[in-house]
Design a protein around this ligand. Structure first.
Ligand code: ADP
Ligand code: MG
Length: 280
């Protein structure tokens, strides 16, 4: 992760991120600005999807050996969808998530996020996109040790330059949303695994992201805590957020509306098992 500093460039980057975010209609009015996207945000290939991946390949070079982690993945995910990406260990799920979250770039192929080709977006703008638009949840929680839940949740807002009072208010609200209003002063070692993951979800939510990316979020949890976490994702989906849940467990995938199966870096199935007809 690159070093951040409060330079005039950073202000411009924030504005560019805002424009990328609002290149198309957003469900969240807080993310909306009326300005039209500037010519610098090129949108040669138009797309209304939140996520539009076209023939994406990712090859890791390990000395003489090329590991083909993604071998031509194409998919579209529309705003408000709740999608599980399923596959066994080593199938390329985390590689795909890293690309969707703009944490890594494809070796070849195209990724349009909200209609903008991420290749056309500079690194400052991308880091603001990650911070403001995407909420990440990982298997291993990734909380800062010896730091209170409240401070962990405030962190993304500190990066975004939000003032202290507003940070506190938003962090309290996010912790309340995951049922931890009574644990805000606890450090990680004083929390159960399930509670730590809920703090991590609060941290992902505090910037009010439109897109949630979760990589094996229940992988380290017992069934009860895992169900609590999945209950939170279901609620976030009901609120209209786009949720992408990566898992290797069938049981977990059944919580999503759509299941994309990946094997050896390729999509082998894309199904909507519980098409209840209730439009979102
Ligand atoms: P999953 O998340 O489904 O378990 P990954 O995306 O982590 O799968 O890995 C897909 C393949 O790419 C695996 O063969 C893995 O060993 C390889 N791989 C993942 N990350 C790297 C990396 N940074 N360097 C080299 N190989 C990697
Ligand atoms: Mg993985």
């Amino acid at each position: 992760m690159r070093h951040r500093s409060a330079t005039p460039n950073r202000h411009q980057a924030l504005e560019r991120a805002q424009r990328v975010l609002t290149g198309h209609r957003t469900a969240d009015p807080a993310l909306s600005v009326s300005a039209a996207p500037p010519p610098s945000v090129r949108r040669r290939r138009r797309s209304s999807a939140v996520i539009d991946v076209r023939d994406v390949r990712k090859t890791y070079q390990m000395g003489d050996i090329a590991v083909h982690a993604l071998q031509g993945v194409s998919m579209r995910i529309e705003r408000g969808e709740y999608v599980a990406i399923m596959g066994t260990s080593g199938s390329g799920k985390s590689t795909l998530m890293n690309i969707l979250g703009c944490l890594d770039v494809p070796t070849s192929g195209t990724y349009l996020l909200n209609g903008s080709d991420v290749r056309d977006v500079d690194e400052d703008t991308l880091s603001d996109l990650r911070n403001r638009y995407i909420g990440f949840v990982f298997q291993s929680f990734n909380l800062i040790p010896r730091t209170r839940a409240l401070a962990n949740v405030e962190l993304p807002l500190a990066y975004a330059g939000v003032n202290r009072t507003e940070r506190r208010r938003a962090a309290m609200a996010a912790l309340d949303e995951v049922g931890l209003a009574d644990r805000v002063g606890h450090v990680s070692s004083e929390l159960s695994g399930g509670q730590q993951q809920r703090v991590a979800i609060a941290r992902a939510l505090v910037t009010n992201p439109a897109l949630i990316l979760a990589d094996e979020p229940t992988g380290n949890l017992d069934t009860v805590s895992g169900d609590e976490v999945l209950g939170i994702f279901a609620r976030l989906s009901d609120e209209g957020r786009t949720v992408i849940l990566i898992t290797h467990e069938d049981e977990v995938a059944t919580h999503a509306r759509r299941v994309i199966r990946i094997r050896d870096g390729q999509i082998i199935a894309d199904e909507q098992p519980a098409a209840e007809g209730a439009p979102r």
